[in-house]
Design a protein around this ligand. Structure first.
Ligand code: HEC
Length: 104
């Protein structure tokens, strides 16, 4: 259901990465990764096109999410789910994908 809705909502031509069960790690379940993708698609493409995960590093995503959180009217939990989804395919950087940048 979620996947179907996402596929319909995402109208841009490029493929937006879909998590697989093997992406689950630590306290991030496969289900939450799918949910993160879903929230991202539904809340983050209203004002501008969706930016693909590959566009930013994990650290940059963290900063952008903090900046966009109020605009997108999402909760902290939703912000974190989007973050966990985005960093699966974030641009590589000195920050490893399973290492969260310090949050304030
Ligand atoms: C209410 C409108 C609005 C919503 C909703 C919104 N944004 Fe934005 N976003 C903007 C504006 C305006 C900018 C231009 C830069 C600025 O003013 O901060 C921007 C810029 C960005 C950028 C930087 C542009 C770039 O070149 O990469 C990223 C990344 C981004 N948004 C991600 C998100 C994410 C992720 C969400 C969902 C959590 C989101 N945005 C939801 C309005 C919005």
């Amino acid at each position: 259901m979620i996947l179907l809705a996402s596929a319909t909502a995402f109208s841009c031509g490029s493929a937006l990465y879909e998590p697989v069960p093997a992406d689950a790690r630590g306290n991030t379940s496969y289900k939450n990764l799918l949910k993160g993708r879903d929230i991202f698609i539904n809340k983050c493409g209203n004002c501008h096109n969706l930016y693909i995960p590959e566009k930013h590093t994990a650290g940059e995503w963290s900063l952008w999410l903090d900046r966009m959180k109020n605009r997108a009217k999402i909760s902290d939990a939703e912000r974190d789910m989007i973050y966990e989804y985005l960093i699966l395919r974030a641009k590589s950087s000195d920050i490893k994908s399973d290492e969260k940048p310090e949050k304030n």
